[in-house]
Write a protein that binds this ligand. Structure first.
Ligand code: NDP
Length: 323
């Protein structure tokens, strides 16, 4: 069984680096980070230019660009409602996107590839905080099982390429992310951008109260996407192994605390109410980040500051945020 003989080291700043999904929340942050770090040959394509579901087009693209490094941040992503309503889209599109990119990357011998999983693909009832070894040890959360199966297949593909071909590809497992470029749509967004939009609109309309779903007691962890992008490059330069690496902050907040922080950040002064007849979801979801900490990386953007920056971005992009 060939094991990689790769010793992680600084990536070549002049090599071609393909960021798949470079206009998305994570991909755009990775792109900014790589630019800041002096990478001079970044390649990206919008889905309108290159549909990663189109296998022939993906192989043609790799043949033309011959990237040496790949960050695979293109995926069909959505909140609980979208995942629950369109499971076959989340399963089929994600399988096709990631398989096409990784098959083409393999054919062209891409030296380092980073695949992104997600904390939501750990088993529903896994102990907290979530350790890397809990993957595939129990049943999935039914509302996003289709998405999770696709993502798990991606992590397995990275491991299989390592075993069969000895290429030093890796996977990272981000917690909930937020930041500039997030999806603020009313149907497809995650909890934090949804709260920012809801409270900003309530402030502007002078609403006396805003009602959120559930009790507000579930605990969640949030990582600013600029920290995530830093961690991605850090892993590419400092980690080589088959196991996915959790990327988070290692601490969590209640949804109630989160709502208050968002309300304070936007300057909303009305009441915050909770519709306790609506479901809460999983009580707690927190990553164990000891593996990443042992590798020498930790997050640097606090939640208050990160939310303030995201609110600023949201206000500056009223005409072009993702609705
Ligand atoms: P976004 O929705 O912000 O971005 C996804 C990107 O993928 C888009 O830019 C889109 O391109 C591209 N894309 C989607 N379908 C196609 C396609 N058929 N062909 C080409 N490009 C396509 O998602 P995120 O940045 O949030 O997520 C990126 C990765 O990070 C995903 O793998 C996700 O699972 C993971 N992740 C995200 C978390 C989060 O909280 N956001 C948490 C944990 C993991 P275009 O804009 O050009 O249409």
């Amino acid at each position: 069984m060939p094991e990689t003989s790769y010793a992680p080291s600084a990536l070549d700043r002049s090599a071609t680096f393909y960021v798949a999904g470079h206009r998305g929340l994570v991909g755009s942050a990775i792109w900014r980070r790589l630019e800041d770090e002096g990478f001079s040959n970044l390649v990206g394509r919008a889905s309108s230019e290159l549909d990663l579901k189109d296998r022939g087009a993906v192989f043609d693209f790799f043949a033309a660009e011959k990237p040496r490094y790949v960050a695979l941040a293109a995926a069909k992503v959505g909140g609980i409602l979208a995942n629950n309503t369109y499971p076959v889209d989340f399963l089929s599109e994600n399988l096709r996107i990631q398989t096409n990119v990784m098959d083409a990357a393999l054919e062209h011998g891409v030296e380092r590839l980073l695949f992104l999983g997600s904390s939501c693909i750990y088993p529903k009832l896994a102990p907290q905080p979530l350790k890397e070894e809990y993957l595939l040890t129990g049943h999935l959360e039914p509302t996003n099982d289709a998405y999770a199966i696709a993502k798990i297949a991606g992590i397995l593909q990275v491991q299989a390429v390592r075993r069969q071909y000895g290429l030093p590809w890796i996977s990272a497992m981000p917690t909930n992310l937020y930041g500039p470029g997030d999806n603020f749509s009313s149907t497809g967004s995650h909890v934090l951008p949804a709260l920012i939009r809801r409270y900003e609109e309530a402030r502007l309309s002078g609403a006396e109260s805003v009602t959120n779903w559930g009790t507000g007691s579930p605990l969640r962890e949030f990582l600013h996407v600029d920290d995530m992008a830093k961690a991605c490059l850090y892993l590419l330069e400092n980690y080589d192994g088959p196991e996915q690496v959790n990327v988070g902050v290692g601490t969590d907040v209640t949804i109630k605390e989160l709502a208050q922080t968002v309300a304070d950040a936007v300057g909303y002064q009305g009441a915050i109410e909770w519709d306790t007849t609506k479901p809460d979801g999983t009580p707690r979801k927190l990553m164990d980040v000891s593996k990443l900490t042992a590798l020498g990386w930790k997050a640097s953007i606090g939640l208050d500051e990160g939310i303030r920056r995201t609110v600023e971005w949201f206000r500056e992009h009223q005409d072009d945020f993702r609705k």
